[in-house]
Design a protein around this ligand. Sequence first.
Ligand code: GDD
Length: 417
Amino acid sequence: MLKAVILVGGPLKGTRFRPLSLDIPKPLFPVAGLPMIQHHIEACAKVPNLKEIIILGYYPPNDLSNFISEMAQKHDVVIRYFQEFRSLGTAGGMYHFRDQIMFGNPSGFFLLHGDVCADFPLQDILSFHEEKGNSLITIMATETSKEQALNYGCIAKHPMLDYMTHYVEKPSTFVSNLISCGVYFCSVELFETLKTTFKRKQENAYNGLELNGKDCEAMQLEEDVLTPLAGTGRGYVYVTSKWWSQLKTAGAAIYANRHYLGLYRTSQPMRLAPNSKTVTGDVFIHPTADVDPTAYIGPNVSIGPDVTIGAGVRLKDTIVLDGATIGSHTLVINTIVGRHVKIGSWARVEGTPCDPNPNKPFAKMDNLPLFNKDGRLNPSITILGCSVKVPSEVILLNSIVLPYKELTRSFKYEIIL
Ligand code: GDD
């Protein structure tokens, strides 16, 4: 029997996702019509013999409870949420809830970061892990550019035997362009390693050694476990060439939306709106949305529940969240329209895509800071926080509008507070 653990962090994480994470916990932000971690759950539920999915975070349980019960009803898998009493790190929560994870004697479990999106090759990772026999953990890895690798966990591996020879978390100089995707398969014996690590940290804290003010109850899988495991022959690296990306910023959500919609085309075409004279490419329209038949939609658009789209509206590379209204003949491109936003007629709302550089092989998305060196906003997608009102006939370009703001004029490259 197998299990899966999904790490979702908590309210203090996901700050780069603001203002969208102000009214929706980041793991539940809809991408391609589904809460971000529903894509993880669906991938896990497809693995034969996977019986339980444990979601670990430090969100108050009420934030996720409706979602968890909805998921439990939809899938033939037990789904539970456990709240860490505070941030315990990428391995601390797993160790804290080891009895719950071990309950029922699973032979191993997947460990997935909630803030990545991918065409998860879980069955392949499992077969790879089993083939290696003595592996404590198999890390899914992908290639990236030399410069971008510094933002990730960098791995070196034996070219033939695939065991990890070196691991450095976010190195300051180049180590390898093979990076950890935050997707793992763990044998239950890994808990022995976690126990030893936890004990060492406690002893060091007790003796006043080593910690330099760091939290001794938190454990990071990357620095505390993977780095020491490198070279021991007990950690293996599975390299994927399938699509994978981090989902740290709102800009990444538009990129992820496109890819998840693209995956529906082969795996779940029923989820996509049929193409017609007015719907092109991959488009998700929630059945409760009211879309005028003259609106021209797509490609890469997701429209949430109870959304109203007026006549002659043009939408492209955009996510429209529940309850939003877009007035007639308005154009919206590269934008996230928050919940219950109202946009008038004949308006233009536009952002700049933040896709990976297509000319650099293996490039991932750049998670650019909000501001450039001159203190100006970096061009990015436009984001309208919840319940924002945009009047008719205005232009909104590369701007971020915080929740509940009522605009009265056009804006370019501004954060509107
Ligand atoms: N439950 C729980 N508790 N989850 C946590 C905690 C915690 O204390 N801290 C982080 N997480 C979750 C986050 O919500 C996120 O889903 C994931 O763990 C990764 O956490 P980050 O701390 O944001 O790390 P990162 O994304 O910068 O880097 C990690 O992921 C990269 C791949 O996306 C590292 O593992 C890198 O090596 C890796 O390349």
